[in-house]
Write a protein that binds this ligand. Structure first.
Ligand code: FES
Length: 78
């Protein structure tokens, strides 16, 4: 199993889980907050729409294109 932090909360997922899937497993499924304050969620799941942008260990990444790693810190809120 893989242990990571999602918005500061511990989360355990199975190997091979994408960060986008982890957002659903451990959070509200949202990846970020838009400029007008609404939560945004992954849409295409294949690296095109950019709706799944999250901060992973301080770097902006696409959640649907990133596999979870042990010790990863994922942030969806500014
Ligand atoms: S869900 Fe569309 S780029 Fe990740």
């Amino acid at each position: 199993m893989i242990d990571l932090l999602l918005d500061g909360q511990p989360l355990r997922v199975a190997p091979g889980t994408t960060v986008a899937a982890a957002l659903c497993l451990g959070g509200d499924g949202s990846a970020r907050t838009s400029v007008d304050g609404r939560r945004r969620a992954p849409f295409c799941g294949m690296g095109v729409c950019q709706e799944c942008r999250v901060d992973i260990d301080g770097q902006r990444r696409l959640a649907c294109q990133t596999l979870c790693r042990t010790g990863m810190r994922v942030e969806t809120r500014p």
